[in-house]
Design a protein around this ligand. Structure first.
Ligand code: KIV
Length: 280
């Protein structure tokens, strides 16, 4: 498939040569940090439903929420590729609306591509989007939007029959021309086989070390979101404790009259005509 987007062409050319890095971001401030730090792909993931909005399922997030946060991320990013995750409501409920919403993400919010999770009509929708020049990132294995149909949040493709289904899904999406494929919670052997047979870039999460790249949810990596900690998460920081300590210090400084200091306050102009009433 021919990609008009230069960033996508560049990232695909790195398959087999250099590992690709991807993280989620949902707002301007974090997206700026990730972009400046050199991340290759920023995914405005629907994991925002859980880690930012406190919803129990990613199925519940609206198009408007995903659209607004994609715009916020896009305002920050100068270099990285920005991928907008299509929320469940935008393509799995009424497939006829998928192209309309995907175009909004790309043409109005400025995303370079959209991501779709595998489901019963995934092939049909992916074909339509690609035909309309929208770059697509697929997502197979554990697909949280339809986890109820997969027996819950479990490793997928553990037996040979299920592994072959995943390989078939990967082949289908690859032939349709997706530029990339997220592989979530799958045995390392299966993701290695897929990576070796597809042209698209495989990005693993809980899928071993052989994928072309890796992704994590930013709040997991930073130790921000403590409700669940999957085995594949590596916490690079404990921001939850750091934020908590900072807030406790702030409270204590106010109670003790230490904040704000003179240096953190403003003074008035004084002079010989300074009114008496303002003198303290
Ligand atoms: O929404 C998300 O954060 C994702 C990643 C886990 C790939 O889909």
């Amino acid at each position: 498939m021919y990609f008009r987007n230069k960033k996508i062409k560049d990232i695909i050319s790195r398959k087999g040569k250099e590992k690709i890095t991807m993280l989620t971001a949902y707002d301007f401030s974090f997206a700026s940090i990730l972009d400046e730090a050199g991340i290759d792909i920023i995914l405005v993931g629907d994991s925002m439903a859980n880690v930012v909005l406190g919803m129990s399922s990613t199925k519940d997030i609206s198009f408007k929420e995903m659209f607004n946060h994609t715009r916020a991320v896009k305002r920050a990013v100068k270099r990285a590729l920005v991928v907008a995750d299509m929320p469940y409501v935008s393509y799995q409920i009424n497939k006829k609306r998928a192209l309309y919403y995907a175009k909004k993400f790309v043409e109005e919010a400025g995303a370079d591509a959209v991501k779709l999770e595998w489901f019963s009509h995934c092939e049909e929708i992916t074909r339509i989007l690609i035909k309309n020049n929208i770059a697509v990132m697929g997502h197979i294995g554990l697909t949280p939007q339809t986890a109820d149909k997969l027996g819950g949040f479990k490793v997928q493709g553990k037996d040979s029959e299920k592994a072959l289904i995943l390989i078939k899904q990967a082949d289908t999406l690859d032939k349709l021309g997706v530029f990339s494929l997220v592989i979530e919670c799958v045995p390392s052997k299966v993701s290695r086989l897929i990576t070796e047979r597809v042209k698209s870039l495989t990005i693993g999460i809980g899928a071993g070390n052989s994928c072309d790249g890796q992704v994590l949810v930013l709040y997991d990596l930073l130790g921000f979101y403590k409700r669940i900690k999957p085995k594949f998460v590596r916490e690079y920081a404990d921001l939850s404790s750091l934020v908590s300590k900072s807030v406790r210090d702030f409270i204590s400084d106010i109670k003790n009259g230490i904040f704000p200091s003179r240096e953190e306050s403003f003074s008035m102009k004084t002079g010989k005509d300074f009114p008496k009433i303002l003198k303290i």
